[in-house]
Ligand binder design. Structure first.
Ligand code: ARG
Length: 275
């Protein structure tokens, strides 16, 4: 017996914003993945990033580019630059001074590209790093970067229910390292990254979620992007790729090993603009 809702997958064309890793390096450490003593191959980082960029294009998605700024090595992680829902842009406000200047660079891009509703936030939020948008809710991470005040600010700005989730493991410091929206109100997540209360809440909201095990979470397998049919995810998350295919998704394993040294992978490099 097959369940149509699970197997009839359909891609919808997405609009993404990415940033070339021209200035990528690991020169400071603001998450446990980063070690400034470990060398980064800048040329390889660019090739790996380009393979993701061209994969999106080959799948028919629109990909715009925000110009990389010298001295902002983490700007390649464009997901952190803003959150766009219903064409409204909630700007970012970074916790760490090292990344602070990324926020105005992103806002300038939105202004130059015809976006008119742009909010410059009062409270810390690192864009889609901590906000994940489902059909019914905006899921929001807290504990390491975004704050409850930032969640409140997002709810007020978007007029959508924001569900606040507590992250408890420093390796999973942003929500997008621990949870990924696959389609509609369908998600996958790593339960151990969340507090007991947040785990119970997730189980209640998403009884059919794909639960990811430690092995796949440890290679940032959840830092993935789905267009409803195609799921781009770190290549090392092999078991997870199999589970996704069983659910009817097409998986595209992507090797972003150099960017992983900054603590990010597929999703971190991809901001989705929703209209
Ligand atoms: N080095 C960056 C930081 O710690 C990595 C950000 C990864 N981005 C993400 N969306 N999780 O802020």
């Amino acid at each position: 017996m097959t369940s149509v809702s699970v197997h009839a997958r359909k891609a919808t064309r997405r609009h993404y914003l990415m940033c070339r890793p021209d200035h990528f390096e690991v020169s400071y450490a603001i998450n446990p993945w980063m070690n400034p003593d470990k060398p980064v191959d800048a040329g390889l980082a660019l090739l790996q990033w380009e393979s993701l960029y061209y994969l999106y294009k080959s799948l028919g998605h629109r990909v715009d580019l925000v110009n990389p700024v010298p001295g902002l090595p983490d700007m390649v992680f464009s997901a952190n630059g803003a959150t766009v829902v219903d064409g409204k842009v909630l700007g970012a406000k970074f916790l760490h001074t090292e990344r602070a200047a990324e926020a105005p660079a992103h806002r300038a891009w939105f202004r130059a590209n015809g976006f008119t509703e742009i909010h410059d936030p009062l409270y810390v939020n690192e864009g889609e790093g901590d906000f994940a948008v489902t059909d019914s809710w905006i899921l929001a991470g807290r504990g390491f970067r975004c704050t409850p005040e930032g969640h409140q600010e997002a709810q007020e700005f978007f007029g959508r229910p924001v569900i606040s989730l507590e992250l408890v493991d420093p390796r999973f410091y942003h929500l997008d390292t621990a949870l990924c929206v696959l389609d509609g109100d369908e998600v996958m997540y790593y339960p151990q990254a969340f507090s007991a209360g947040s785990r119970a809440l997730l189980a209640r909201l998403f009884p059919d979620a794909l639960l990811v095990d430690q092995e796949d979470a440890d290679v940032l397998g959840l830092n993935a992007v789905s267009d409803g049919l195609n799921v781009m995810l770190p290549e090392a998350a092999q078991k997870l790729a199999g589970q996704l295919r069983e659910r009817g998704f097409r998986t595209h394993g992507t090797d972003l090993s150099e960017l992983l040294k900054g603590g990010g992978s597929v999703k971190c490099c991809t901001q989705e603009l929703r209209f």
